[in-house]
Write a protein that binds this ligand. Structure first.
Ligand code: ATP
Length: 449
């Protein structure tokens, strides 16, 4: 009998499946659930925190570690409001807000479509056409730095990580010994008072971004823009998202951000339709010039070979870490049958899976536990390893499949005699006997890490 799994539903995952799995297995919980939740905010549980860290680590690895022309940064979330004035966010970082006069719901005007039947825009909640004109709503969260709540102490939570890169441009240039073309990479939380958060963690008011500002000679901006579009798309493919679930979408002129001369989105085929994963913008010299003018500092690069000062152009690949994690979960979620039984399996890339391996003693018999611990001790310095000794081995395999653990390492009674373990593969369910002395080498090689 073949144990090879057959694919049943490759792409038929629903959002309900993802939300249920996230909650049941400990990836993502609704925040403040014991108080009835809190406005589309979410907490990352024991597995979610591991996977989210892995998404960010994979981004950092490809954009910083494996390159010589990108350095990192971790800038403050709360900083001078002058940043947001100069960058244009105070004036322009708005969404068009409309109110339904009938049911009082609020919507983003650019997310509403006219009904083809009558050409009118209807409230998605109650169907009324009695909507207000759109007005600009600023998405930045406002707060006060210090005990006095007056205008002089107003501060904003950053709505993107990006400005930190620009205001530190000279600091980085002077300390890193880089020169254009070079990039500054940053991962961190951003906050937007979204009018309509939703679709689970697709759009939340607090989220994490992975952004790079790549500074280039102005004439080279178009080719670097294309380079980053291609490179960033490939990153998702290399981490397991099928090509047909991705597409590139250049922005129309009327949807471009105030700083952009051209933006292409990488979109993903979410269960409800195509949605943005990442935007790659040509921000030109807009930001550096705006901060130079507002601060009086010369935010320029002096090219010794030509004796010229110039303001670099900036190519910005801006991705969401939390949104990407959700896309990876959706792309990986499958159901198939193994030996006549159906199972759910997360075919996550080993680099993204919460645990790379699980050590499972066949039974809780005391004789097996020391050896299981020995194997655990060998593997743990190299990767995240789960350890589970309860329930039948079959059920434990199913659980590891469902959370995406690529390899299970089982210690059984023969192990006491032959000093070997069984390694089971998540995707093929094939099993192989391996000497304990070789287990680390074998597991690392199989994971490709
Ligand atoms: P949208 O048009 O959907 O509001 P945007 O074009 O304003 O998004 P960017 O400013 O380009 O988004 O942000 C870069 C990335 O940050 C997005 O591609 C997305 O992955 C992530 N992101 C932006 N807003 C949110 C949010 N509210 N929740 C989760 N992720 C977000």
């Amino acid at each position: 009998m073949s144990h090879h799994p057959t694919r049943l539903h490759a792409m038929s995952v629903s959002m309900d499946d993802i939300v249920r799995l996230s909650k049941q297995r400990g990836f993502i919980f609704p925040s403040a659930e014991i108080y009835g939740g809190f406005r589309s905010t979410y907490d990352y549980g024991p597995l979610g925190v591991l996977m989210l860290r892995n998404v960010k680590e994979a981004w950092w690895r490809s954009n910083v570690q494996l390159r010589h022309d990108v350095v990192g940064l971790d800038a403050a979330i709360l900083s001078s409001p002058k940043i947001w004035e100069a960058s244009g966010h105070l004036k322009n970082f708005t969404d068009p807000l409309v109110d339904c006069r009938n049911c009082k719901e609020r919507w983003r005007a650019d997310h509403l479509e006219a009904d083809p039947a009558d050409g009118k825009i209807h409230c998605p909640n109650c169907g009324s056409t009695d909507l207000t004109e759109a007005r600009a709503f600023n998405l930045m969260f406002k707060t006060y730095a210090g005990p006095v709540e007056d205008d002089a102490n107003v501060a904003y939570l950053r709505p993107e990580t990006a400005q930190g890169h620009f205001v530190n441009f000279l600091n980085v240039l002077q300390t890193s010994r880089k020169r254009p073309p070079f990039g500054i990479a940053q991962i961190g939380k951003s906050f937007r008072n979204e009018i309509t958060p939703g679709n689970f963690v697709f759009r939340t008011r607090e989220f994490e971004q992975m952004e790079m500002e790549f500074f280039v000679p102005p004439a080279d901006a178009p080719s670097w823009h294309q380079y980053w579009i291609d490179t960033r798309r490939q990153w998702y493919v290399d981490l397991g998202i099928p090509e047909e679930m991705l597409r590139l979408r250049p922005h129309e002129a009327d949807e471009l951000s105030h700083y952009s001369a051209g933006t292409t989105d990488i979109e993903f085929d979410f269960p409800w339709g195509w949605g943005e994963l990442e935007g790659i913008a040509n921000r030109t010299d807009y930001d550096l010039k705006a901060h130079a003018e507002a601060s009086g500092e010369r935010l320029e690069y002096f090219d010794q070979s030509t004796g010229e000062h110039y303001v670099p152009y900036v190519i910005e690949p801006a991705a969401g870490a939390t949104r990407a994690m959700m896309a990876f979960l959706i792309a990986a979620y499958q159901t198939d049958t193994v030996g006549g039984e159906s199972r759910t399996v997360l075919r996550l890339h080993p680099r993204l899976a919460a645990y790379q391996a699980a050590v499972l003693p066949l039974s809780r018999k005391e004789t097996l536990i020391p050896m299981a611990n020995e194997v655990l001790d060998l593997l743990q310095p190299h990767m995240m390893v789960d350890y589970d000794e309860t329930q039948s081995i079959g059920r434990r395999y199913r659980r590891q499949d469902e959370i995406g653990t690529p390899l299970c390492v089982t210690v059984d009674f023969d192990s006491l005699e032959d000093h070997a373990v069984t390694i089971r593969d998540r995707d093929t369910t094939e099993q192989k006997r391996v000497a304990i002395a070789d287990v680390v080498t074998e597991v690392k090689a199989r994971l490709g890490l």
